[in-house]
Design a protein. Structure first.
Length: 163
């Protein structure tokens, strides 16, 4: 069950969210499928990076499903796939969430929760500057996503503190 939650659910949620946004905001011709691939790969990159950063704690409690070397290999593979898509298809806005996701490796652990609420907004900014047609509702959606992410992080932190 943990494997499904960690490695199937992010891709499914990302794909469903993307498809809903595609219906609501329409897309630039020819980039709809590419945007879906980028979105799903970003979801897995975030998941895998989180697993690397939490590896010791997960290993202590028996929740590390994949070895560290395998995680690093997968992160590099997904990162370079996204980088190639961004560069070869001129989706330069995709570099923004890539940079933000990777910055978490450069900052201290106690500050990582401050950068996590920026992941989804950065992905949305990239999608709305490359794949979807811009809408005046985008700033509101980004603000809601940031608030939602902060709530999730705070709830997770509270549940971790009570364990």
């Amino acid at each position: 069950m943990l494997a499904i939650k960690r490695y199937l659910l992010p891709g499914v949620l990302a794909a469903c969210s993307y498809l809903i946004m595609g219906v609501v905001f329409s897309s630039v011709d020819g980039l709809y499928v590419v945007g879906l691939v980028v979105t799903v790969l970003m979801a897995y990159l975030i998941r895998l990076c989180d697993d690397i950063l939490d590896f010791e704690g997960d290993q202590r409690v028996g929740k590390a499903l994949i070895g560290r070397k395998t995680l690093v290999f997968l992160v590099l593979g997904v990162f370079f796939a996204l980088l190639c898509l961004a560069l070869f298809l001129a989706l330069y806005w995709v570099l923004l969430p890539l940079i933000i996701v990777l910055v978490q490796f450069l900052i201290k652990e106690k500050y990582r929760d401050f950068i996590k609420p920026l992941f989804l907004p950065a992905i949305l900014i990239a999608l709305f500057n490359t794949v979807f047609l811009y809408s005046r509702w985008i700033p509101l959606i980004i603000a809601v996503v940031i608030v939602f992410d902060i709530i999730i992080i705070l709830r997770k932190r509270c549940s971790d503190d009570s364990d």
